[in-house]
Design a protein around this ligand. Structure first.
Ligand code: G4P
Length: 533
């Protein structure tokens, strides 16, 4: 086996998707703790920020080192090199999270047993479904009185459109939580609450009918487990790895991250099941990780918020071949060579300069304005990776320069911040001067204003727009499309790629436009247009 193939098989690049408060920070920390990457709890800072003012947010970002060091956490466990991508906790920055999902090969779906499936999980899972991303599910907080486990599985199946295959099953819940029963191994993992140690007593039993169960968890819970197991084995077919790989089914584990319970089994199963780097679709062809020539794409750009050092870090996901420091690569969009002197890898706590990296790895490139999100680097081939989507924003504003003396700074700032993905900028098809911002959350607008002022010395003015929803549009019927663009020109904008978007006052009107205009296709993300192209 070549070194390249060995390194690829070792790699496992994934992200955790969850609703805020489900326990992502806690679970991340425990995975790192069990993985030996950190030694004390409390080392992973929560990036949640429920409702802070913009200045608090900026301060917090600075303190966190702009989330760079914790953006990708690399560690070794069970013979694999794991790259765990952190995703922003704040809902206003969910676009960043969506884009992060384009750089992973699988995901861990985390659900709070008390709240069940929640809003953000739904949206993030939609993105995973679009790409058939393999998902492992962890149902957390079993030490609390939560929803009935069968009900939770039902919710996951119905609301997230993925079939579930329970691998462990809880014995009791909340106050009476005794542990989990592993349906594949016939083991009982006994629960002892502990936030500091990592104890799990594992007892092997001869199936659920073993009388030892009654002694271990009491007659009532033992009988309930028997009934539950009978029920779930009659509902759910056995877990099949290939169905997981295709993103059709998700194995489900139960536990309590805060109490270190169930996390080791989760990690063990993650390294056993989760796919190594997968082929990546480009417009031209599909790129296999084993191809000897390097290729990769930029999925995130992070600015240094300190105005004295306005450098940026571009996050490169390696898709094929071996990446080497100091080698000259090809920046496809600009058609120019690119050389990187100090690429960094992300280990749990540090940024280290690296000499080489492999498919599945994420490398930080020092960027002085070369990159845009979605850019491809290769050894010379012109390829354009797909799947770095823009999502339909939910808030729109026109933006104008408020200080005529600072016109240049304003445009430069706006362009650069849009490249970073802080906001999406749309223009009128025939009037580039009208700029409309689209964002997913209000805080993005405030951050843009703050950063324009503090980093570029420019002032901006916002004006409200009557639209609240948009879709990307296209059509196979050129004449009908032209007529549509003409008729609704006051509702048409263009994105940076020159693709048209249609704006509507409310979802109901958008739905009516769709049904009234069957020759026009409407898409809630730009990725759907790309994947048809
Ligand atoms: P997030 O990153 O997804 O937003 O969630 P985070 O890990 O910060 O967890 C949210 C809250 O849920 C925290 O409590 C955390 O301690 C708690 N939590 C996580 N896992 C479990 C679990 O297995 N059982 C129980 N009972 N609670 C859990 P908090 O009060 O918001 O914060 P803190 O004061 O404990 O830090």
């Amino acid at each position: 086996m070549t070194e390249l193939v060995t390194e690829i098989r070792k790699r496992l690049t994934f992200a955790i998707i969850s609703h805020p408060d489900a326990g992502k920070t806690t679970t991340t920390e425990k995975l790192l703790l069990f993985g030996g990457a950190i030694h004390i709890a409390g080392a992973v800072k929560s990036n949640k920020n429920t409702r802070a003012a913009v200045s608090d947010f900026m301060q917090m970002e600075k303190e966190r080192g702009i989330s760079i060091s914790s953006s990708v956490m690399g560690f070794e466990y069970g013979g694999r090199h794991i790259n765990l991508l952190d995703t922003p906790g704040h809902a206003d920055f969910s676009e960043d999270t969506y884009r992060g999902l384009s750089a992973v090969d699988s995901a861990l779906l985390l659900i709070d047993s008390v709240n069940g499936v929640e809003e953000r999980t739904r949206r993030l899972m939609e993105v995973c479904r679009m790409r058939s991303t393999p998902i492992i599910t962890f149902i957390n907080k079993l030490d609390r009185e939560g929803k009935d486990p069968v009900e939770l599985l039902d919710e996951v199946e119905k609301e997230l459109a993925v079939q579930v295959r329970p691998v462990t099953w809880p014995v009791g819940q909340g106050q009476s939580f005794k542990g989990v029963y592993n349906l594949l191994e016939n083991n009982l993992y006994l629960f002892r609450p502990s936030q500091v140690e990592m104890p799990t007593d594992v007892v092997s039993v001869k199936g659920v009918d073993d009388p030892a169960l009654d002694q271990l968890v009491g007659d009532y819970l033992a009988q309930k487990l028997r009934d539950d197991v009978e029920l779930i084995t009659s509902i759910y077919p056995p877990f099949a790895v290939d169905e997981y790989m295709e993103g059709l089914v998700t194995p489900v584990f139960f536990g309590s991250a805060l109490n270190n319970f169930g996390v080791r089994e989760l990690l063990d199963n993650l390294v056993r099941l989760a796919p190594s780097p997968q082929p990546k679709k480009a417009e031209e062809r599909s790129i296999l990780p084993e191809e000897p020539k390097f290729s990769g794409f930029i999925f995130k750009i992070h600015a240094n918020l300190d105005p004295k050092h306005r450098d940026r870090v571009a996050f490169l996901r390696i898709c094929s071949g071996r990446f080497e420091r100091n080698k000259q690569y090809w920046h496809v969009r600009s058609g120019k060579p690119f050389r990187t002197a100090n690429p960094t890898a992300f280990m749990a706590q540090n940024r280290d300069i690296i000499d080489e990296a492999w498919p599945g790895d994420i490398v930080g490139l020092h960027d002085t304005g070369t990159f845009k999100i979605g850019d491809t680097l290769t050894e010379g081939e012109d390829i354009h990776f797909q799947g770095i989507p823009s999502f339909a924003p939910q808030i729109f504003r026109t933006i104008a320069n408020a200080d005529p003396m600072k016109d240049k700074q304003f445009h430069k700032g706006l362009d650069q911040l849009a490249e970073e993905g802080v906001v999406q900028v749309f223009t009128k098809p025939h009037n580039q001067n009208v700029r409309v911002l689209g964002v997913v959350g209000q805080l993005q607008i405030e951050v843009l204003q703050y950063r324009l002022e503090h980093e570029y010395g420019a002032k901006c003015r916002y004006e409200p727009v009557e639209f609240t929803v948009c879709n990307w549009i296209t059509s196979d019927d050129a004449r009908a499309f032209e007529a549509f663009l003409d008729r609704y020109s006051h509702k048409i904008l263009m994105d940076v790629r020159g693709t048209y978007i249609f704006m509507a006052e409310n979802p109901w009107l958008l739905a009516r436009m769709k049904s009234d205009n069957p020759t026009i296709r409407f898409y809630p993300t730009s990725e759907m247009i790309e994947s048809r192209a």
